[in-house]
Ligand binder design. Sequence first.
Ligand SMILES: *Cc1c(COP(=O)(O)O)cnc(C)c1O
Length: 406
Amino acid sequence: MAEVFRGVFTQQLPIPPEAEAAALAVLRSGRLHRYNLAPGETGETGALESEFAAAMGARYSLAVASGGQALALALRAAHVAPGDPVLTNAFTLAPVPGAIAGIGARPVFVEITDRLTIDLDDLAAKLPRARVLLLSHMRGHSADMDRVMALCGAAGVRVIEDCAHTMGARWRGVASGRHGLAGCYSTQTYKHLNSGEGGLIVSDDADLIARATWMSGSYMLHDRHPAGPGPGAYGTTMWTDPNLSARMDHLRAAILRPQLRALAATCAAWTERYRVVEAGLAGAPFLRLISRPAEEDFVGSSFQFRLPGWSAAAIAGFVAACAGRGVELKWFGAPQPQGFTSRYDHWRYAAPEPLPQTDRVLAELIDMRLPLSFSLEDCALIARILCDELSRAAAKGAVARREAAE
Ligand SMILES: *Cc1c(COP(=O)(O)O)cnc(C)c1O
């Protein structure tokens, strides 16, 4: 009988007992707002910022309400103004162009490669059009950051990294988020730390963090930011920049601190699962794995592969067959946005220019979550089901060349 997987692809691990105890202490204190501190108290939020800055090797850190808010605040703090173009890779999640458009700026999408990372030739061609690149390390795939930074540096373009899927990852030993002007992270439930909602910014730039802190809603209380710059960095921001109320509270910070201490182990556990799926799919027919360069120390919290040459109908059939056996896949080629999955040409408010190379990659791209609630045996079973359904699709002759099918 055909094997069926019973796990739930959206099920993360429970919040650890240590975090539960810390959260309870915050609840019992009644002091949940980050600036509500007893005399001499640092508070969970300030402590989280100090510990996160240290973990990422950054001078400053600011905790905020979400990853999307982290991106929007970093862009504004980097002096991106309404109407300004902002370069961003076309393969990303909707909050990234959303952060750009939300501050009145204009996303300019850059093509991606077969490795799902920003295309450096298209980037080079588009660099003269903008002063900021918001680079999203989508699904944990890192571009050649040495080349990205060299190109952007030569063009005077500043880089803000979206590390929603790369917290804990490195490129040639440098932590993701530490290549450019600022790194932005999410602590939303499906990311590498889980506080339901939440975000973090790191930077060595005092002006950027001071302005982001002010705009996050610090009132006149920036002395309560142990991982922020001194009062001298605040300059005129309090007269020129709005309060956007995007703070993190002590409850979320309390939940995050124990998880942050376990981040390296968590990331290793994810990548172990990724490697089991990858090994299980090695040699599978009609499928292409995404290559992972040696410089990339990635976190395997999700898995992608391509189905080159498959017709849209064959891919839809394969996804449905896998779903029938409990393996939940996302397809980036679907004509309509589905669940969390949408594509650059769905973001019509951004008036996207056509990107034929990205279209070709996304039309064949399959995406799968790998929550830590799955055991290594679960991952092996998932790979067996995928291989089995690939063989069935082939046997049915469903894997016609796309041209033949259309
Ligand atoms: C989740 C996500 C974000 C935004 O994070 P939120 O905390 O949900 O606002 C940004 N970029 C990418 C690639 C994401 O997956």
